[in-house]
Structure formats: structure tokens, C-alpha cells
Design a binder for this molecule. Sequence first.
Ligand SMILES: *Cc1c(COP(=O)(O)O)cnc(C)c1O
Length: 695
Amino acid sequence: MYQVLNPFFRIVRSPKSYNSQVGVPISVWQMSQEDKLGIFEAGISMPDEMNSLQSIIQPTIGVFTHLGSAHRENFKSSRSLLLEKLKLFKSCDCIVYCSDDTLVDQEIVYQYEEEKELLSWSKTQRASLQILSEIGDGKNTEIKALYKEKKKEIHLPFCDVASIENAIHCWLCLLHLGLSDKQIFEGMKDLQAVAMRLELKEGQNNCLLINDFYNSDFGSLSIALDLVNQHAKGRKKIIILSDIFQSGFKIQDLYTQVSELLALKKIDKLIGIGNDISSLSKSFQCESIFYPTTEAFLKTIDSNVFNNEIILIRGARDFRFERISSALQYKAHRTILEVNMTAMVHNLNYFRSLLKPQTKLMVMVKAFSYGSGSSEIANLLQYHRVDYLAVAIADEGVELRTDGISTPIVVMNPELHSFETMIEYHLEPEIYNLSVLKSFETVLKKSGLKNYPIHIKLDTGMYRMGFCDSELNELIEYLRDNSHFYIRSVFSHLAGSDEEIHDAYTKSQIEKFEDWSNQIRSAFTYNIDRHILNTAGIERFSKAQFEMVRLGIGLYGVSATKQDQLMNVSTLKTTISQIKWVESGQTVGYNRKGKLNKKSRIGIIPIGYADGFDRRLSNGIGEVLVNGNIASVVGNICMDMCMIDLTNIKAEEGDAVIIFGDDYSLTKIAEKLDTIPYEVLTTVSRRVKRIYFQE
Ligand SMILES: *Cc1c(COP(=O)(O)O)cnc(C)c1O
């Protein structure tokens, strides 16, 4: 909504998803006299929270996006959750909502029909905005609809259900605000999925860089400056700022305000780039220097010595400030694993779209989240309200708890000596045989705990851990009147869900599971969730989703059937340290394996087998991408570096090298190594710095 309305109104909005009891006031505080429109998100998790948000926002237009089941457990029923949410609209003149959710529709009509204008949209029935058709081609979606007896149309640059739903809410709201069809059409066809991409990077000479080149509006400047202060830790604070477009202010007023903000946030120095900002250089009180273009600044960058400073690099897209960032970046061990959080959320939502709304989701974050990080990933998943996280061993769970993760965590391989730790950190064990159960009971007895949540593993054909059918009766008898345990779930694991040749076997596993788990369920009066599907299972056997599924590799971007629906999450990259010509007949590297039969241009890159670049990729088997071209590995891969053939490739020292990523898939490397993507991901060594992109 902000993106489409931004050219026409001065808008203040919630930064990111600041929708809580703390986030809402922070958002509303940004509002000033000049703002014409405020867009605020309000979210609740407990009864009676909405009243305070309502009185802070006092909205005039209400948009009801989604009832959902998040925090449902804190309410008596879905209806009482709904009633709480609807309190937000007390002061509204109109309410925008989707009438396809009957519960929502009935309640809004019942409460508000008399006193407010109700604007509904629907895919199935008459509504203020009635959706007639929705055609997606995997990338874009064309939607036709009827509004006030007239046909309307929009094109959206995405296809996922949730984004489309959000977009239709916006559409109706925009129509209500009186935008023309053309303004709406133009605005919506270019919507950007990623609104803000702040990135923290290590710079040269102990500098810290905050990259913020996708966002340049005045409204969010203050948030970026707060981030500077948060990370400054005594460093001098510098901002590199481009012209700000479409602020809705006269430029004189705009830059006076920017200057005041810089003073308020105690910024030490401004580097202004662009004609507008340069022309108003006198408006700034702090130390400042101006350049007409990014190129002009880049020319001086070597003489501009930055040292122990924190630098916010923030500019409108046209200024291409990424060039500044790459010039200032730290370049020593430049092998990094970039983890794209936006892609991860996309993948999460894709798998959610394959499930019934009420199906719970457990996400596997074992083995350092398949190599991509621990609390960073868990935090994201917690924010997106997955129901469970699963780790392999207790220590992994402890790490998450220590970093503030409160989502329930299951430990798949609980070791006997770790039971006390597990209890201390509220970790829930997988119980795979009676002896584990009994040992855990002993520890529970000592601590006097009752109803401790456990997860029962059944072995339906993997022949790894778990109870088999002959042990079920004994298990049930043992647990039936046992007050120490509470069975949260029973589950099993599929041995070949990704391969068609095993489909009959998979089905028999699912049948056994249904039968056995029901035997357990029927012996207890409380509800016990069942789950058997992993990633490939969700994709290929979604009927067997029961009450929960366990997502693993799919979150990280690997699919068994529909690779094109997922986004690549991890990119392993490095840079060329050195390039040299080597004569024909010479050999490159250890054991003289890299024999050259022609004069060759050899690049040295700082990634070796100790970083996870498998030594079996030596001597032409492995490939990397340099400026979009494939370069082969020459000679044996060393521990910390390796050599590549650049003879026919345009490349310079310092250029980026992709080991795997968007254009060279993880799966391709896995195939060369005769292994699976799981192994390639999890063997990227811990010394390779993970860098997270996040919205
Ligand atoms: C790792 C694991 C999963 C996830 O498997 P993917 O194939 O990565 O989706 C699910 N269940 C169990 C028990 C696991 O150990």
C-alpha cells in the first residue's frame, strides 16, 4: 500500500512489522504534522491487548487482513480471537476485509453494518470488489474484478497466495482512497517483494558498514540512524546519503529536517551525493562534504581514509550505492556464505501453501540449520510463528534458548547425560525406546516435574530409531497412568519419500503409522498430534499431513519435485586473491597434479577443503562462476585455497567468485560429488562467515 501510495501522499508507516504493544507506539511516534496518511500494523497475542493499540492508533480506515490461528491458544475460541481483533475498528469509518471467511464476514456485518461502510472482497460471492478471475504464470498474476459495476484489472509481480491476498486488500483500499485505475495498475505491477534490505558488513580498517540502498524515503531514515547508534560502540558515525525523492516536502524543508535528524541522532559526518543535496549544503550543521554523483565520490575514495567508523550507506536505487559498499568492504578472508532470509520466508510460505491452514509446522534447524546458522534462522522462524523447532542434540537447543528463542524445541537424539539440561532449558525429547523413557522418568522424578512434554518416535520402516509394533502395548501401558509425561506428538520418518520407486513403500509406512499412532491416541484422553512428512513428503504425499509436518531441506531451497517454486537461500562466494600467467608444461598446486598443456591464466581463490570446498572437486571436476562464466578448478584443492582457470574469462583480482548460489546450484555440486545437497550445505565450515540479508 505504501509503495503504491507513496507518490501521492506523505505517508508515515510502521517500520518493518512493528505491530506489538511496543512496536505500535514506536511507529505512531514517527507521525508528524505534515503526514497525510499513516499506515500502521497492529497485532495481538493475548486477550485485552487490542484496546491499548486501538487507543494509540485510532484508525479511520480498518483493513482486516487475516484471522489466522497464531496465538489462538491464548483465546477461548477462534471467535474470541476475532472479537479481540475487531476492537481495533471501533473508531473506523470503513472496514476493508475479505468476506470469504464466513466467521469474519458474519461478525463484521453483525457488529458494524449499521454504523460503518463495509468494503468486502470475495472470490466466490458478490462483494464490493468481486474477483472474477486470477491467472498466474508462475511469476506474475493477472486479476480481474468487478467494482461498482465496472471491470477492473491489476497485474502483480508474484504468484503466492498470501501476497495475492494482501494485494487484493490493498487494491480495495486504494480504490476506496480514490486512486485512478491507471495509478493503481502502474503501482501494483512493480510492487517489490523486498521493501527493505538492511545489511551489516565489516568494512576496511575496522569500519562497520550498514548497507541500505533499497530504501531512501525520509520516513525510514530515522530507523536506519537508530541502527547506526545501536552498532556504533564508540566509532565515529558517518552517513553517505543520496538525494531523497518523492518526500512530499519542498527540498529546502526536506534537507533542513534531515539536518535536524542527523543532529538529533548525533551523526558526526555527512557525505551527500546528488545535485539536490549538494545545492543545499548550507542546511547541514554537522561536518559535511558533497559530490554531484556516485562516480565523483568513488574517484576520491582512496584518499578518503575511513578508519574505525560506522558508515550508513543509504541511497535511492538510481545512485547504485552498492558500488560504494563494495569499495569500502573488508577484503581479507573474503569467503562468505550469504543467507537470503527473504528467500527463506518465501520457501516457508510455499510449503505452508501446500498445507491445510490448521496443520502445524515443525522446522528442522539441526546441524546449524543445515549449515546456514543457528539463532539467526530460529529467530526468523519464531517470528513467522512456526509451531516447533527441531534440533539433533540438546546442546543445539541450549544455544537457541540462550539466544532467546522461546518456540517449543524438540531434541531428536536426546542423550542420557543431557536430560537435566533439557529440563532446565525446556527442551522436549524424542522418545525412541522404553529405556530412554525410563531414564528420563528417573530424572523427572528427581525434579518433581509432572506432565513433561515428549514426542514418541515410531519405526515404520526406516529401521533407525523408534518403537516397532510389538512394543506398542508395553509403551501404552507404561504411559497410560503415568503423570510424569504428556505425549505432545507421535511421529515417524519416511525412508524414501523423494523417490518414486519407493512410493509403494512410503504408502505402507504411512498406513502403518496411521494405524499405530491411532492405537496410541485412543489410549489417552488428551489430544496427541501426529506427523510423518519431511520436505519431499509434504510435496509428494500431502494427504498424509495429519496434524503436523516436519520441514527441512525445502526451507533451505531444495525441492524434490518443484525446484522452480523455491528460491535459492545460500550463496557461497569468495573473491579472486591473485591472478598469474603460468607457462605451458608447468604444474599448479600440490603433487603437481594440475599439468598445463597451454599457457594459462590462473586465479587463486581463498577457499579450500577446510572451508567445505570438497577436495574431490580437484583437477577439473569442480567449477565456479566468475562474472557469469564457468571456471574449472586446476590442480588439487588445498586446505585454505585453490586455483581456477581464467584463461578465457574476463576477470580481475578482487572479482567475486560464486561456488554455489542462484546461477550454480548446490544440487549440481552434490551430483558431481555423488552425494546429496544436504551434505554440501552442512559441510560449509563454521569459519566461513555467514551474512544474512533480511527485510
Ligand atoms: C532431518 C529430518 C527431517 C527433515 O527432512 P528433510 O528431508 O530435510 O525435509 C524430518 N524428520 C526427521 C526425523 C529428521 O531427522
